[in-house]
Design a protein around this ligand. Structure first.
Ligand code: F6R
Length: 243
């Protein structure tokens, strides 16, 4: 595992975007695994800027996202579909038919998860998987557990996650209670993994996940076993480790 220290969020975003751009330069028809959440927003902004400068071409790129809420329409501004279009896809020359997320509108979980596994296999898996890091060590919606979940599956969101999300929805009843997420095996099969982490509030989990024992109780710790994993973290996120 390689850890790259950035001085702050903006530098983290630039460094991460450079690594993604490098992937697109060496393989223009690469498959990018993408993440939502607040951390990668700056990375997507940098990628859009590179595209606008004429330095990056997304026309042959395929993307597969980590996760999507179950029971949410694509038009809902809280869907991950909406997020990806808003933050990246609508601003670059990507072929939207080659951008994939789990289908949150499919009520049959097995059907949705099998279909998504099939898509990931059919595009040949991710050349590079971008990840954020949850405060409890989750990656995608793979929460701390007694074993590592393998492929795409449906998860029940914890009560604390539902409550935390409530502010984005009209009422508690409107907040999604489940989500579809890639499993740990699918993430680990990516040829390269790139994790972005920022902020002092992530310092404890950075230490546990990347310097502690590998355990499904801290899902991101499994990344220590990945043959080509790079973490780009800012100084605040690395403040509890000696570097
Ligand atoms: C996003 C995802 C989540 C986030 C994680 C960190 O698709 O699956 O695992 O990466 O919750 O979120 P932020 O970046 O908002 O701290």
């Amino acid at each position: 595992m390689k850890i790259i220290k950035a001085k702050d969020y903006d530098e983290m975003s630039r460094k991460a975007a450079n690594l993604i751009a490098a992937q697109i330069y060496v393989k223009p028809d690469c498959v990018l695994g993408l993440a939502t959440g607040s951390t990668p927003i700056g990375t997507y902004k940098e990628l859009v800027a590179k595209y606008e400068m004429g330095d990056l071409d997304f026309s042959e790129v395929t993307t597969v996202n980590l996760d999507e809420y179950k029971g949410i329409t694509k038009e809902n501004d809280q869907s991950y579909y909406y997020f990806m279009n808003d933050n990246l896809f609508s601003h670059v020359n990507i072929n939207k038919e080659k951008t994939f997320l789990p289908d949150g509108t499919e009520p049959d979980s097995d059907k949705a998860c099998n279909a998504y596994n099939e898509i990931i296999h059919s595009v040949g898996g991710q050349d590079l998987q971008l990840l954020g890091l949850g405060h409890n060590g989750h990656i995608g919606f793979n929460e701390p557990a007694s074993e590592f979940p393998l492929e795409t599956h449906c998860v029940d969101l914890t009560e604390s996650t539902i409550k935390a999300n409530q502010r984005f929805f009209a009422s508690y009843d409107d907040v999604p209670k489940q989500a579809y997420t890639m499993g740990i095996k699918t993430i680990m099969q990516a040829k390269k993994v790139l994790v972005v982490v920022s902020g002092e509030d992530k310092a404890d989990i950075v230490q546990k996940a990347f310097f502690g024992p590998v355990t499904p109780e801290v899902p991101a710790s499994v990344l220590q076993l990945h043959p080509d994993c790079t973490v780009v973290a800012d100084a605040a996120a690395l403040s509890k480790v000696n570097m």
